[in-house]
Design a protein around this ligand. Structure first.
Ligand code: NOJ
Length: 557
């Protein structure tokens, strides 16, 4: 193994865990989670095997978009804690081999941000040109609205300013104008500030929107907006060689590829694989992996110094916007038939377990896929215990409920009155009484322990994250099998999407006397036949990971 390289490119086989401090663990009893609370729960994450914490926005905010509406890019919301608390958290995380990355939300500010307040007050304000203004909205002002339930235009008239301003998201989130060099420099300063406090990079919010120079006063001053992304990356890595940019880019593969930069990868370090995620749900709905296989084959290889970020769920609606209308209807029918489960006609405000009727076999299979397919897996808090959603909460908040630690009041999240909590706890079959960390720690068959095992195996199997992946041909239409090879090592995994058992014959790399395929998730060894194949039995929704072992190999198995 090229040990130096694997240590430097730590993000290639990281386990990223996203959480909102506000809903994680409350120590002062005000109903809102806090940084100290997260620090107290850091060993849960270390034990799980998390290597990188992604903190959702913790900056001061009027909280009209769950913190994605920021009034000060340099501060910590006092309701969550202080800079001191954050530095302690980062130090505690580092002590456990965990890095911390932060959400970087610089496409827009809150309309309460002092920059916007100043900008709207006068045309002479030094901040006026930090935003995008027009006397009249352009003709295409209604194209590309992100939140169609709330907004009717991308342009909002501001009485005080006497002009319209651009907002690609909610109207309370005016877009910054990155063609203005002062704005670009300020964003760079923000990055420098958090790096200095010990942050190891950023999840970059809404990257295509950030680079879009729509309506800009002087678009020529930034002829190629990707130059700016290159500048950000170069600056960040000059300051901190290990820091990463994990970008939110939900575009078709070909366009997403452009955000990795040139063949050396000089823009985003990682891009989320939104297409693969959507195709996975379609495949699950059909009990047939063909669409996911197609996506894997079409997915552009990232540059050497880049990686895809893979995920099952995140804090937003499960977007299905890249499926056809018919495909989306199929997924809706399978996983979110009620109108109340659907959002913006393009997604589902649900978590995975209730979509899969909380079927342990299917849940285990999906997470086994997540950790075995190429890419860096990103978990959303609560996935490790199979938390559900609370549809009584508005919109996307359904999946942002308090973390379920115990079976006691408020799931052990807070001692405050239920009415004062940052989110309403899940009720029904997946309430804390039935789904919580404490119970699952003690249950060897729990989802928590399954995910711990997957993470342990994933971390000790460099073939999965560093190797070349080949989707294998075989006789079953319901099984996705792939082979990962790296520096002479070979691992084969197989996942059965159907509720019937299946048998597959798979070509492993290597044959000869005494070559075996050793199961990594369960006890067992299969002989590799002389023609270099193994025959595998898969239970309904079963998954197998096998390492090919030659006589004399020195694996710790
Ligand atoms: C993407 C974030 O994931 C979402 O939650 C937010 O509303 C928008 N960007 C705007 O910041």
């Amino acid at each position: 193994m090229r040990l130096t390289e694997t240590a430097d490119s730590w993000w290639k086989n990281a386990v990223v865990y996203c959480l909102d401090i506000e809903t994680y663990f409350d120590t002062d009893g005000d109903g809102r989670g806090d940084i100290r609370g997260l620090s107290q729960r850091i060993d849960h994450l270390a034990e799980l095997g998390v290597t990188c914490l992604w903190l959702m926005p913790f900056y001061p905010t009027p909280d009209r978009d769950d913190g994605y509406d920021i009034t000060d890019f340099y501060d910590v919301d006092p309701r969550l804690g202080t800079h001191g608390d954050l530095v302690e958290l980062i130090t505690l995380a580092q002590d456990r081999g965990m890095r911390v990355i932060a959400d970087l939300v610089v496409n827009h500010t809150s309309d309460q941000h002092p920059w916007f307040q100043s900008a709207r007050a006068s045309r002479e304000s030094p901040y006026r040109d930090w935003y995008v203004w027009r006397d009249q909205p352009p003709e295409d002002a209604t194209e590309g609205i992100v939140f169609p339930d709330q907004e009717t235009s991308l342009w909002q008239y501001d009485e005080q300013a006497g002009q319209y301003y651009l907002h690609q998201f909610y109207k309370h989130q005016p877009d910054l104008d990155i063609t203005n060099p002062e704005v670009r420099e300020e964003i760079i300063r923000v990055i420098g500030f958090w790096l200095q406090l010990g942050i190891s990079g950023f999840r970059v919010d809404a990257v295509p929107f950030l680079l879009d120079t729509l309506g800009a006063a002087d678009p020529d001053s930034l002829a190629d907006p990707h130059d700016y992304l290159r500048d950000l990356r170069a600056f960040m890595n000059r300051r901190s060689g290990q820091a990463v940019l994990l970008g939110e880019v939900n575009l078709p593969y070909k366009e997403t590829r452009e955000f990795f930069g040139d063949e050396d990868g000089d823009e985003l370090t990682m891009c989320f694989d939104f297409i693969g995620m959507q195709k996975m749900y379609l495949s699950l709905a059909r009990q047939d992996p063909a669409e996911l296989v197609k996506a894997l084959r079409e997915r552009p290889a990232p540059p050497e110094e880049a990686q895809w970020g893979t995920f099952v769920r995140n804090h937003d609606e499960l977007t299905l916007d890249k499926l056809t209308d018919d495909e989306r209807a199929e997924v809706f029918a399978a996983f979110g038939p009620d109108k109340d489960m659907q959002l913006y006609d393009r997604g589902l405000r649900r978590r995975l377990p209730p979509m899969l009727d909380n079927d342990p076999a299917r849940l285990r299979m999906v997470y086994s896929l997540l950790f075995s397919l190429p890419g860096t897996p990103v978990l959303f808090y609560g996935e490790e215990i199979g938390m559900g959603e609370n549809l009584a909460m508005e919109g996307r908040n359904a999946v942002r409920t308090p973390m379920q630690w115990t079976d006691s009041v408020n799931g052990g999240f807070s001692t405050a009155d239920a009415a004062d909590l940052a989110g309403q706890v899940v009720t029904g079959d997946l309430s804390p009484e039935h789904v919580n960390v404490v119970a699952q720690r003690r249950d060897p068959d729990s989802l928590l322990n399954w995910i711990k095992l997957l993470i342990q195996r994933y971390r000790e199997t460099p073939e999965l994250s560093w190797g070349d992946c080949t989707v294998l041909e075989h006789e079953s239409a319901t099984v996705l099998a792939h082979r990962s090879e790296y520096e002479g090592g070979c691992v084969v995994t197989a996942h059965n999407f159907a509720s019937d058992s299946a048998t597959v014959t798979l070509a492993v790399a290597g044959s000869g006397v005494g070559v075996r395929a050793v199961d990594l998730l369960q006890p067992g060894t299969t002989e590799v036949a002389e023609d270099g194949t193994v025959q595998l039995e898969l239970e309904p929704h079963g998954s197998r990971w096998l390492r090919v072992v030659h006589p004399g190999d020195r694996y710790l198995l």
